[in-house]
Design a binder for this molecule. Structure first.
Ligand code: 8YV
Length: 326
């Protein structure tokens, strides 16, 4: 019998066909709606492999009902939607899609930084809605990016790729990370700072840390208060790393100047979300890795990993390496 693979989002034909050539495949096809929890559980109960995205909760409840499940290929570098301990206990391999999305996500992070500093979305709307009736010296002036200080919180692969881009803009690079990053220090002149030092010194505070128990709620009101009044906060990693209410209050109280956000506490955000009425907030719908090339590569990695598991080879990007001991 061929293994059964359930795909929790509509994927392009090329990816579907690649899987369908070897496995029995079913896919959630409504692209404007996430797979409902009950359907995910029902499919997981029969599946040998799941191809998931970060809004699918893959937890003990799911694993305990999915006794044929061998592998979950999560289409993201992050895996905070997955209970890794439970996966290992149930003997399920969890795979992610690192590397292929590093540059694309760094590009988007920098686009967000530029858009927020130079008020790009606000200016585009100004033109689009017919408000451009004359030119004035101080019309839609933003703040410079070049020669400013960027403070990167989370100097992993994406953080380092953002630092490279910042170097191209002649920015001074500060970073905070669990471990020192000697290569970035030597090659890019990146300077290590404690979290508090970085907050007080940086003109742009850019969050690129993974979400885990150490980083959940890392940014509270006091941290925004420590930043310069002119500081711009960028988040392109995960919403729950910041206390969203604190950020709203800090923006309302002009404790920081602006925010560029690709990620939120609860996604998608509601149409009534306070961020959406703030001119100094650029909000994007979690599109860090959203280029055709990268999304195809991410899905390709998912297929590679699923194939590896069914062909008894170690998957290339296995996250819970301890699963091999169970
Ligand atoms: C994904 C991401 O595009 O990789 C991650 O962790 O957040 C994004 O690159 C998104 O999560 C789709 O699952």
């Amino acid at each position: 019998m061929r293994p059964f693979v359930y795909v929790t989002r509509k994927v392009p034909d090329e990816i579907y066909d690649r899987l369908a050539a070897k496995y029995d495949v079913e896919m959630w096809t409504e692209s404007d709606k996430a797979v409902p929890r009950d359907i995910l559980l029902e499919k997981a109960a029969k599946a040998n492999a799941l191809l998931t995205v970060i809004s699918d909760a893959v937890d003990e409840d799911l694993f305990s009902q999915a006794d044929q499940l061998k592998v979950v290929a999560n289409m993201a570098v992050g895996f905070d939607n997955i209970d890794l301990d439970a996966a290992s206990r149930h003997g399920v391999s969890i795979c992610n899609t690192p590397d292929v999305l590093t540059d694309t996500t760094a590009d988007l992070t920098f686009a967000l930084l530029l858009a927020t500093a130079r008020r790009v979305t606000e200016a585009a709307e100004f033109v689009k809605y017919g408000q451009w009736t004359s030119w004035a010296p101080m019309m839609l002036v933003g703040t410079d990016v070049h020669h400013k200080k960027i403070g990167i919180v989370g100097m992993g692969k994406i953080g380092t790729a953002v630092a490279k881009r910042a170097a191209g803009f002649d920015m001074e690079i500060l970073y905070h990370n669990r471990n020192r990053h000697e290569v970035a220090e030597e090659m890019l002149g990146a300077q290590y700072r404690t979290f508090d030092e970085l907050l007080t010194e940086a003109d742009f505070v850019v969050c690129l840390a993974p979400l885990n128990e150490d980083t959940r709620g890392l940014f509270q009101r006091e941290h925004f208060q420590k930043m310069k009044d002119s500081a711009i906060f960028i988040n392109a990693s995960r919403g729950p790393i910041i206390n969203e209410q604190s950020l709203i209050e800090a923006l309302e109280a002009n404790e920081i100047a602006a925010a560029g956000l690709d990620v939120f506490d609860k996604e998608p955000i509601d149409a009534s979300h306070p961020f959406l009425t703030m001119k100094n907030v650029v909000a994007l719908p979690h599109i860090g890795s959203a280029s055709t090339e990268t999304r195809m590569a991410m899905m390709g990695t998912c297929c590679d990993n699923i194939e590896a598991v069914f062909e008894d080879r170690p998957p290339k990007t296995l996250v819970n390496k301890d699963v091999l001991q169970y």
